[in-house]
Write a protein that binds this ligand. Structure first.
Ligand code: ZN
Length: 332
């Protein structure tokens, strides 16, 4: 309470308390109230900057709970990613090769969204949420890829019978017709030319006129007479579908025409010595997805394990062909 004010009364010759009008008194009380409120507000503001209020303590504790939960979520997404990775691994190395399908690659599937996609997660404490979202998006992409792969395998499995009949799987000549060892596939030092040469197929030595057979069902995609002393000479190329083609070169005679359907084991021509050839033989190629592969792996069906091992160990660098043979060839 403020001190009372006194005023000298000349009539009574005494000091008497000042009587203020009621309105003024109310004003003074109201002013004190407002001042008190402002002071309290300022104190509260300063206090809340320096110290946590109970409400803020509660918020802070909720926040660290949420961050903890995000950590758990993030770990679970990671372990989900590991599982997807294992499935993809099996898919790539077990299931897809069963159907002769290459590793699936989808353009752009692995590129993450741009950083701006995650706008709204700029605050420091939101980084954990942003990371979780990015992880989830990544796993979603991989799952999508996996489901596409399974779709492909499903349709391939429907075609499995057709595929089994089409993929080259037998010898292109009668085994009894083979003269001498097989001319090996691959990069070898040529004994006569003393140069490393990549041999795109394997060579079967035989006699002019030995029958040549289609090694799988397909359509003749190319046939030509070729040059007399260079290259493949008379040749036939069969497209088997599913990424496979076979080539039969240096023939003496061709019995099929372009566009003609052929069955596995069907007679398509006769062995010869045309093109860059030094003696009657068949140059046989298996081409998968545009690349030559070792044909030795495509007639196991015709051979026992022991026979297969023997042929592989006896295969020699071919001397059946002149140096230009593979260089002058047209790749199908
Ligand atoms: Zn050859």
């Amino acid at each position: 309470m403020a001190k009372k004010e006194y005023i000298f009364n000349p009539t009574t010759l005494a000091y008497e308390p000042v009587r203020r009008p009621a309105r003024l008194r109310r004003y003074i009380i109201a002013r004190r109230g407002i001042l008190l409120f402002i002071v309290a507000a300022v104190v509260n503001l300063v206090y809340s900057f320096e110290f946590y209020t109970p409400k803020m303590h509660a918020i802070e504790s909720d926040r660290s709970d949420i961050l903890g939960q995000y950590d758990v979520l993030s770990e679970r997404i990671s372990s989900m990613g590991t599982t997807i990775g294992e499935i993809a691994q099996r898919d790539n190395f077990v299931y897809r090769p069963l159907f002769g399908a290459d590793t699936l690659s989808l353009m752009g599937i692995y590129s993450p969204f741009s950083e701006s996609f995650y706008n709204g997660f700029e605050e420091d404490w939101q980084q954990v949420a942003r990371h979780t979202w990015q992880q989830l998006d990544q796993q979603t992409r991989l799952l999508y890829r996996q489901s596409i792969s399974l779709d492909q395998l499903q349709s391939l499995s429907k075609n499995k019978e057709k595929m089994a009949a089409s993929i080259p799987a037998i010898w292109p000549i009668n085994k009894k017709d083979l003269r001498g060892p097989i001319g090996a596939y691959g990069r070898r030092l040529h004994p006569i030319y003393k140069r490393y040469i990549h041999h795109k197929g394997i060579d079967f030595g035989g006699r002019r006129g030995d029958p040549i057979y289609a090694t799988g069902n397909g359509v003749v995609s190319h046939t030509e007479k070729g040059l007399r002393r260079r290259g493949y000479g008379q040749q036939i190329v069969i497209d088997h579908g599913f990424g496979y083609k076979t080539r039969y070169a240096h023939l003496n005679e061709r019995l099929v025409k372009k566009g003609q359907e052929v069955k596995r084991g069907e007679l398509i021509g006769y062995m010869g010595n045309t093109g860059g050839s030094t003696g009657p033989h068949l140059h046989y190629e298996v081409i998968y997805m545009g690349r030559d592969v070792d044909p030795i792996n495509y007639f196991r069906r015709d051979m026992s394990e022991a026979e297969f091992e023997r042929i592989i160990s006896e295969a020699k660098v071919t001397t059946f062909e002149t140096l230009d043979n593979n260089e002058s060839s047209v790749n199908e």
